[in-house]
Structures are given as structure tokens and as C-alpha cells.
Design a protein around this ligand. Sequence first.
Ligand code: CUA
Length: 375
Amino acid sequence: MIIAIVLIVLVLASLLFHFINPWHQPALASNWQQMDDTLTITFVITGIFFVILNLFLVYVIWRFRRRGARASETVAYQPVNHRLERWLTGITTVGIVALLAPGLKVYADYVSPPKDALEVEVLGSQWQWRYRFPGADGKLGGTDPRFVNAANPFGLDPADASGQDDALVDSSELHLPLKQPIKILLRAHDVLHDFYVPPFRARMNMVPGLVTTFWFTPTQAGRFEAMCAQLCGVGHANMRGLVVVEEPAAFQAWLQQKPSFARASQPAAPTGLAAGSDPLAQGLALAKAKACLACHSVDGSAGVGPTWKGLYGKTESYADGSQEKVDDAVLAREMREPAAKVVKGFAPIMPKTELSDAELAALTAYIRSLEPVKN
Ligand code: CUA
């Protein structure tokens, strides 16, 4: 009988928790109301069956409780009951179809973008996001892993004319035009990642060697956090991006500033540093854009890599047992050739970062500004 009471409490507590729990989906900011509807259908069906089955169990426990040892109450053995089996099979089939069919329908829509959708490529790598838009020709250029290097993280084929005008966004911040269908093409550089923007109800795994795709239409202007939804290594939790949805004119102005592949691959390519602005502000902006801050804290807290707070001027110990004082030259080597010397206590996982001299100077100035500690 105690089990019956526990089951009743379980049902009541579950229902109560569902209706008063403080966790809710963020407000929908895309066309995918269908996703929410599908979730609601699933929740209602499973919820109803959860209550019915548990209460049925309670009834059975109560109805067939032990009442003395009279022979008439011996349980009857009934190995087969075809009528009951047909009913149960039928009800289960209807339930499964009702659970699956709406999801299959939504998924089919989700991967069938409208013809006028704007293509955007999202490239995931440990642990940052990059984005690519087609240029004036409306076509994304071909890519191949053979062409991937620090200067060409997208692996664009230099011989493919349609890739020359592709706009490259070497930053975790993506801008999108409001009310324009967007076709997202997803690629991964190294391991599984998953591009997920909860208010859009949109996500998809990114698989090395594949291009996966989905589409959505942003219906609300605003700033939305993108996150990685596949455990992709020690920096996974910091693999965050920002999607800014804005009026088409503002979006176009933002996109115009992004270098084309042809421009980015020139040796003297503009660095994206705003001329004449404060080097510390430039350094901070770069640290964010190059995803340095995904692994290096600036407040002394532990991270995937050494904190930048008090790093400049400190005596660093290396895995090979050596020590040296951190100055401009050490920072330059650590950023450009991170594998050359690995700081003691950290894994040799920092990616090689392609930096112009101006970018290196700005980052160094920023790291230097982070209040050296005495040691
Ligand atoms: Cu990328 Cu988790």
C-alpha cells in the first residue's frame, strides 16, 4: 500500500512541478512555432499516459491487495489474452504515430528552405564560430580540407572563381536581416559541434566531412546567444556566439565591412582593426573575435589556457621544465607558434593563430594592460 501512496505523490508532484516550474523556453524569435507545437503534442501525450499508467498501477495495487489467505483470492494464471493484446498494440500504435508524425512533418519542412533563402555558412571549430556569406554572385565558393590553413580557415578553393567574392566573418558574431528566410549550411573543422540558437528553435549537428543544413526566418530584431550543443572538448562550454537580427539596411552595412576571400587572402590584407582607435579597445575586440577569451580568462579565474591577468612580466614555467619571463617576444611566439613551448599544467591544444603585426601588437598591449601581479 505504501507503493500506491508513493505513486500518487509522484504523479501529483510531477504535475505541480510542470505547472509551477521556473524554467521556460525563451520567447520564440523565428517562424518555427511548429517546433513548439510538436513539443507540446509530445508533452501532452506522454503526460496523459504518465498519469493514466501510474494511477492504473495504484488501482491494481489497491484492488488486489492481500486480504487474508482465502483460497478464492489466489491469482489466476492467464498466459495469453489475444483480445487484450490487440487493444494494447492498437493503442500503442496510435500513440507512437501521434508522437512521430508531427515531428517528421516539421523536420521535412525544417530541411527544405524556400528558394529565396539567403545562404549563410557556419563553420565550427575548437572553440569558435566563423561565418561565410556568398558575394554578389549569390554562390558560395567550393571548399576542400586540403586548402585549410591558419590563413584560410574555411578551406576555400583559391581556384574557384565563385569563392573569390565570398564575405568572411572571422568572429563569433553573426548579423542577419530581419524577416528574411535564412538557409544555414553547417560545417565542422575538427570534431562534432552543434549550432544552436534557442529562441529560433533551430539547431543542427555539424559533422566533419559533411554539410548539414536547416532554415529559419528571424521574426524578432535583437541579440540572441548561439551556443554549441555537442560536447566538443574542454572549451565546449565557452563556445558561444552572438546572432544579431536587424533591419536589412543595417545588416547590409555590417556585411559590406567584411572582407571578401580575395581580399582576405592578399598578403597585406587589412586586418579589420579600426584605424586610429585605442589599441587596448582593439586588443579586447580582437581577443573576442579570435575567440581567445573562450579559453583565457582576464580576471585570474581558471580556464582551458593560462589566465591573461598578470601574465605579462610574470615568470612562466613550461612543460619542458624551463622558465622565462613573459614579454612581447614570448607572447608573439605563444600566439603564432603555440606548440613551440607549452605552459606547464596545460594541454597542448591552442590552435595556431594567424595574426598581422598590428593585430599582434594590439593583443599584446591588451594583455599587458591586465594589471601585472607581483611575483
Ligand atoms: Cu563545439 Cu561544443
